[in-house]
Design a protein around this ligand. Structure first.
Ligand SMILES: Cc1cc2nc3c(=O)[nH]c(=O)nc-3n(C[C@H](O)[C@H](O)[C@H](O)COP(=O)(O)OP(=O)(O)OC[C@H]3O[C@@H](n4cnc5c(N)ncnc54)[C@H](O)[C@@H]3O)c2cc1C
Length: 341
C-alpha cells in the first residue's frame, strides 16, 4: 500500500518505520504540531509520497483524480500477482461449504446466474462486514454474534474561522489531533479523533484572510449494539437493520466540540457551519473476534470458531469501534492471519 507516515509518533508506537515519509503538513497543522506535538501528528495515509504511484496533487477528490495517487486494489493488484493466483471477476461467493466442521470450498454464482462449486483446502472471506456476514449466515454458521454489532463512528463536520493561515500541505488531510482520544472520559463519552482537512479547501471571503478557515471532522467511537445487524432476506441477500448510534458516541462529540479551543494554538473566531456526516463508510462488527465462541465469531487470528480452515478477514472482526480509520488495522490483521497458517 506504500503508506506515507511519521516514524516518531508518540501515540502509535511502531515496530518499524513506514515505507515513505509523511506528507508536508498544512500551515494550520504545522502551527498545531509545533505547539502541541504530544497531541497533534502528521497523518499516516495511503496517498503516495514516494513509491510506485504518482505523488498526491492535493485536489481533495481522490475518486475523480487521474493522478491515482491513493492506493486502491485496482492500482495495487499487480503487487499480488503470482503464478498460482487467479482473479475471477463477475463472480459472487454465495456460501462456504464444509464437511465434518472443516471448510472444503465455496459455492459461486456467476453473473449469468449459473452456480458452481470450487474445492479449497483453506477459505478466507474478505467481502467486508456486510458481505462476510451474509456469506457466513448463508453457510449455516450459528454463532449468536454473527451478523450483530454492525457499527461505525459518528462524525461531525465543521467549518470554523480562525486567526491563522491554513492549507498548502501535501495531501487532503495532513494533521490528526488526539487531544480528545483516550482518558477517563471514556467511562461516559466516546474517544474522538479530530481530522483537520487540507483539501478541498474552504476559502473565507474576508480580504487578506482567505485561508484563515478550518475544515474539521470530529470522529467519535461508538458502542457496538447487538440490534444493529445483518440478517438474510427471503432471497438470501443481506438485509441491514440499523437502530442508530449510541448516546455514548454523541457524548464524545459534544465533549470534543466544547473543548475545541483548548487544542488549537490560535483563536477560533466562529463556527461557520456544522453537520453530522451521513456515514463514515467504515463498515465494522458482524463477525467480531474474541476468545469465547459463545460471544464471538472468530479468534484473534480471524479463524472462525465454528469451522476449521475458514478465515473471516476485515473490519467485521472489530469487537469495538475506536475513533480511528479502520483500513490499516484491518490490513495488518489480515497479514497476521496469513502468518498463522
Ligand atoms: C468513500 C470512502 C472513503 C473511505 N475512506 C477511508 C479512509 O480515509 N481511511 C480508512 O481507513 N478507510 C476508509 N474507508 C473504508 C475502507 O474503504 C474500508 O475499510 C476498506 O475498503 C475495507 O477493505 P475490505 O477489503 O475489507 O473490504 P472492501 O474494500 O469493501 O472489499 C470487499 C470486496 O468484496 C466484494 N464482495 C462483496 N460481497 C462479495 C461476494 N459475495 N462475493 C465476491 N465478492 C464480494 C466487494 O465487491 C468488494 O470488492 C473509506 C470508505 C469509503 C466508501
Amino acid at each position: 500500500m506504500e503508506i506515507a507516515g511519521p516514524d516518531d509518533d508518540p501515540v502509535h508506537p511502531r515496530s518499524g518505520p513506514f515505507p515513505f515519509p509523511p506528507h508536508l503538513v498544512s500551515r494550520s497543522d504545522a502551527a498545531c504540531i509545533a505547539a502541541r506535538p504530544d497531541i497533534w501528528l502528521p497523518v499516516a495515509c495511503a496517498r503516495a509520497n514516494g513509491g510506485r504511484r504518482a505523488g498526491c496533487c492535493t485536489n481533495g477528490v481522490c475518486d475523480l483524480c487521474p493522478v491515482d495517487s491513493k492506493f486502491t486494489v485496482l492500482n495495487g493488484i499487480d503487487a499480488f500477482v503470482r503464478d498460482n493466483v487467479r482473479l475471477v471477476s463477475g463472480t459472487e461467493v454465495r456460501a462456504v461449504s464444509a464437511e465434518a466442521g472443516t471448510a472444503t470450498g465455496v459455492m459461486l454464482r456467476e453473473a449469468d446466474g449459473t452456480e458452481r462449486s470450487v474445492r479449497a483446502g483453506l477459505v478466507a472471506v474478505a467481502a467486508n462486514a456486510i458481505g462476510n456476514a451474509a456469506i457466513l449466515l448463508r453457510s449455516g454458521l450459528t454463532s449468536p454474534a454473527l451478523g450483530r454489532y454492525l457499527h461505525e463512528q459518528v462524525s461531525l463536520e465543521m467549518i470554523v474561522d480562525v486567526g491563522a493561515p491554513n492549507y498548502f500541505g501535501g495531501t487532503s488531510i495532513t494533521g490528526h489531533c488526539y487531544g480528545f482520544y483516550d482518558g477517563p472520559h471514556r467511562a461516559t463519552a466516546g474517544a474522538v479523533l479530530l481530522e483537520n482537512y487540507n483539501a478541498p479547501n474552504e476559502l473565507r471571503t474576508d480580504r487578506g484572510r482567505w485561508t484563515e478557515r478550518l475544515k474539521l471532522k470530529l470522529i467519535a467511537e461508538d458502542l457496538p449494539q447487538a440490534d444493529n445487524r445483518v440478517t438474510l432476506g427471503e432471497d438470501g441477500d443481506a438485509v441491514i437493520t440499523w437502530i442508530g448510534h449510541s448516546d455514548y458516541a454523541y457524548a464524545g462529540i459534544e465533549r470534543a466540540e466544547a473543548g475545541l479551543a483548548d487544542v488549537f494554538p490560535f483563536p477560533l473566531e466562529g463556527v461557520v457551519s456544522k453537520h453530522f456526516s451521513e456515514t463514515e463508510a467504515h463498515i465494522q462488527g458482524t463477525h467480531r473476534m474474541g476468545a469465547d465462541a459463545g460471544t464471538s465469531v472468530t479468534d484473534g487470528y480471524l479463524r472462525c470458531h465454528e469451522v476449521d480452515g475458514l478465515f473471516a478477514l476485515g473490519a467485521g472482526a472489530y469487537p469495538t469501534s475506536s475513533a480511528a480509520n479502520p483500513t490499516l488495522t484491518l490490513s495488518a490483521l489480515s497479514l497476521r492471519a496469513a502468518r498463522s497458517v
